[in-house]
Each structure stands twice: as C-alpha cells, then as structure tokens.
Design a protein. Structure first.
Length: 247
C-alpha cells in the first residue's frame, strides 16, 4: 500500500516533534531564543538585593548595569543571576550577587577613590566597583584567572581597573594608601599589610576565619583601627604563593 501525501506529511511532523523532544532533553518547551539577561538582572536586584536591605542607589545601579553572565563560564551561564555562588575553575567561585552588593555597600566607595581588591577571580566584583571609584587595583594569584579577568574587563570597557598577578596577602604597597580595600577570599586572620595600607578614613571589608567565618569591616581613624564583626559567611580560603602549584 502506498501512503498518501497527507499520511507522509503526518509521519514527517511526528518525526520532527520526536527529534525536537530529543534535542530538548524531553522538556515540554524547547527554548531556542537567548535569555533576556537584562530582565534577569533587574529581577536579581529587586528580589535578591533590594528586598534584603541593600539601599545605596549607586550600588544598586552598578548591580543592574554589570552583566554578570559575562563573568561566569559558559557551562553555568544560564545560572548567572541565581542567588548563589558559581564555580569559575581552579577551585574558586564567583560570589553570590547579594554578597557582592553587601560588600560593595559596606566599602562605601566614592567617585575618585583609589581601591584595592584582593582576589580578582572572574573580574565581576571589579566590574561592579569600576563605575563607583576612580581607580581600582585588583590582585589575583592564579595566573589563568587573572588573564581571564583581564580579558573580560577589557571586553566590557572597564578601563580604570588594573589586574595584577600576584599574592594579595601583602597588598600593593607601591600604590598605597587606599581609600578602600575589599577581599573576596577568607584568610585565617586579617593580613597586617592590608591594615597598614588603608588611608585614614578608609575601610577594609574582609571575610575572616577557617571553617567558621565572619564578615568584618575595619575602619582606619586618626586614633587607630576600629573593627566591626557582622554576620557569618562562607568564602573560599585566601590562596597564598605556597599554595599555587608550579606551572
């Protein structure tokens, strides 16, 4: 028996539907269009950041403006605006968006400030700070991450950020003092060189501890350094030179 044209068309339709389901992993809907990154970013700021108490309008605008998805590996890009840290390779992570916003607000950066970041990672925190300060120096000890961050920041036009490959524990004495220092990995204790490199009136925002960590803000005043312990956090350990394997 020879199938009619209508029957052949139906067979073709069913075959194409089956192929589509196979390609989409059996999902009911196959999304072929790219995500609306801007809408996802707006939702991130509204639900994850503003709703949890971050109020600084400059910080909120920076979080809305910086495309986080461009600072995460392609394999996890669809999760870029979720309320979670994400792996970026070399046993490192990009911090949860809320934590990035909180640490930025605690740093209280002003236009024209000279700021030091320890732990460039993917470059996302640096990109957020870029539009809030005059000059940002960012130190990353893992060469591959430093190079990746340089490329991502250059592609995004963040021209006032200088990424330096090296051990951030010692800070950057040649460029000190700094109006602000932010550390995106946890040392067991606050590194003394970072305190020394703070300008009077400057702030150091840093997670501290081993298994048990807390976020701290250190402020340098004319009388000395005032430390405020805030809340429990979980960061990757601060990597030192001796922890980096030889190439």
């Amino acid at each position: 028996m020879i199938a009619s044209g209508t029957e052949l068309s139906l067979v073709l339709v069913f075959a194409l539907v089956g192929l589509a389901l196979l390609v989409c992993g059996g999902a009911r809907v196959c999304h072929s269009s790219p995500p609306d990154w801007k809408a996802l970013r707006e939702e991130m700021v509204k639900r994850q950041i503003e709703a949890r108490g971050v109020e600084n309008p400059r910080v909120l605008e920076a979080m809305r403006s910086v495309p986080r998805h461009r600072f995460v590996p392609e394999a996890v890009r669809e999760k870029a605006y979720q309320d979670r840290p994400l792996p970026i390779g070399h046993r490192q992570t990009i911090s949860q968006p809320y934590i990035v916003a909180v640490m930025t607000e605690l740093l209280d950066p002003e236009p024209g400030d000279r700021v030091l970041e320890i732990g460039t990672g993917s470059g996302y925190q640096a990109a957020v700070l870029s539009g809030l300060v005059g000059k940002l120096y960012s130190i990353e000890i893992i060469p591959e991450l430093a190079e990746g961050a340089r490329s991502a920041l250059a592609a995004g036009g963040y021209e006032n950020v200088q990424v330096i490959t090296g051990d951030g524990y010692a800070g950057l004495p040649d460029e000190a003092p700094f109006d602000g220092i932010v550390v995106t990995a946890a040392p067991e204790e606050v590194p003394a060189p970072l305190i020394e490199q703070l300008a009077v009136g400057g702030r150091l925002v840093i997670p501290v501890g081993g298994w048990s960590q807390d976020l701290r803000v250190l402020e340098r005043t004319e009388e000395g350094v005032r430390t405020t312990k805030l809340f429990a956090v979980r960061f990757v350990p601060l990597v030192r030179s001796e922890d980096v394997p030889e190439p």
